[in-house]
Design a protein around this ligand. Structure first.
Ligand code: SF4
Length: 76
């Protein structure tokens, strides 16, 4: 799946949410997150993010944010 990283914190844009075909973005405490089991890996959101905060889980930057994406997306 794709993962939202720290660049998203306090970002006010929701372009990513609007383009996601499966609506797998959720609101975390101070950032948006992607539900890792719902993301279909289409990659459409990545270039839409003005903060370049969305990366594939294979990216080094994703590692420490993956669990937080899972936690926040499951809490609602
Ligand atoms: Fe949604 Fe596709 Fe982005 Fe996954 S990669 S969060 S399915 S837009």
């Amino acid at each position: 799946p794709y993962v939202v990283t720290d660049g998203c914190i306090k970002c006010k844009y929701t372009d990513c949410v609007e383009v996601c075909p499966v609506d797998c973005f959720y609101e975390g405490e101070n950032m948006l997150v992607i539900h890792p089991d719902e993301c279909i890996d289409c990659g459409v959101c990545e270039p839409e993010c003005p903060a370049e905060a969305i990366v594939p889980d294979t990216d080094d930057r994703a590692t420490k944010w993956l669990e937080l994406n899972r936690d926040y997306s499951g809490q609602w």
